[in-house]
Design a protein around this ligand. Structure first.
Ligand code: SAM
Length: 317
């Protein structure tokens, strides 16, 4: 698989506290001085582009809480070799920022939305942000971000009741609603009934809306499989990251906000590129490391390298 997709975590700070995003023992915030500045991120993006990366996604933490993130989007969109800049957000600040993000060159956006019911939404995120997130989604569609995807992580005992409501959003809105299997952030979690396998989600949706029609979504499809409710404006996607291992088709690599490169989300393996940057390494030296990581990624398996415990907001989900 050609590795051409870089996910950049721009901050470990977040304005929500989602239950599924936290490790069992909460992790400290990274010292500000340790967070890569925009010049460092842009330099790395340029060098990654030299190594074959042509798509980037900003994530976090919550990327929209980082000051001047619109300027970073513009810088990345203007980088030679980067054809596609996308972003994943919880949508809390999206309503006021969508137009500027679009103007800066953002092409696509994913918005996390795990419930359409206010109490349930608060139980998951710890916040009462549902109305502004919904307004943010409408605004993103309105300014022409294309496609807008809604990401829902399902936890059986918390928001499995939301499956039909969330799937139904794709009836009238040109949205892609994706159901993501919850993945534990600790190796010590026992085999559990906490997640809802995508096969079960599909059965629940089909019982209500009829047989789903398989469809192909091209830009940034990644590990998701897509289908549609008949005559719907949007589509539905499934990301079966727990019940299926997609290591062999994984084209992504991650840069953490404190300057470590992780070839696999679940892997304990990471490479400190910040020290190289800050010690004045040449472009050629850094490029050599990036190429080495990209080549080695092919031989990694999430199963044999699973981290004991990790913090999603630090690594960037
Ligand atoms: N704050 C942004 C947001 O809420 O979308 C970006 C960061 S968040 C960590 C990125 C994505 O990771 C979200 O779509 C979230 O639902 C997903 N995610 C976080 N923890 C997860 C877990 N334990 N299992 C599966 N997906 C998870």
């Amino acid at each position: 698989m050609r590795v051409n997709y870089l996910r950049i975590s721009v901050t470990d700070r977040c304005n929500q506290r989602c239950v599924y995003c936290r490790p069992r023992v909460d992790c400290d915030f990274i010292e500000r001085a340790e967070i890569l500045c925009y010049e460092e991120i842009q330099r790395l993006a340029r060098l990654f582009a030299d190594c074959g990366i042509d798509r980037v996604r900003l994530t976090g933490g919550e990327p929209l809480v980082r000051r001047d993130v619109v300027a970073l989007v513009a810088g990345l969109a203007g980088t030679d070799g980067i054809d596609d800049v996308a972003l994943t957000t919880n949508g809390v600040l999206l309503e006021s920022m969508a137009a500027d993000l679009k103007a800066a060159g953002l092409s696509r956006i994913n918005v996390s939305l795990d419930s359409l019911q206010a109490d349930n939404y608060r139980k998951i995120t710890g916040r009462d942000d549902l109305p502004q997130v919904l307004r943010g989604i409408h605004r993103a569609i309105g300014v022409g971000l294309q496609p807008v995807k809604v990401n829902a992580v399902l936890l059986r005992h918390i928001n499995a009741s939301q499956i039909l409501g969330l799937a139904g959003l794709s009836m009238d809105l040109p949205l892609i609603v994706r159901f993501i299997e919850y993945c534990p952030t600790s190796r010590r979690v026992k085999p559990a009934d906490d997640y809802v396998p995508c096969t079960e989600v599909r059965r629940i949706i089909e019982r209500k809306f009829g047989r789903l029609l398989d469809t192909v979504i091209v830009p940034g499809s990644g590990p998701a499989s897509y289908c549609k409710i008949s005559r719907s404006a949007g589509a539905i996607g499934f990301i079966a990251g727990r019940s299926t291992l997609f290591c062999t088709s994984c084209n992504r690599i991650r840069l953490t906000s404190d300057g470590r490169i992780r070839p696999c989300l679940y892997s304990a393996r990471q490479y400190d590129v910040k020290t190289l940057l800050r010690e004045g390494a040449s472009d050629a030296r850094i490029r050599e490391l990036l190429m080495q990581i990209i080549v080695q990624k092919g031989s990694l398996s999430a199963l044999d390298s699973l981290a004991e415990e990790f913090c999603m907001r630090k690594v960037g989900g």
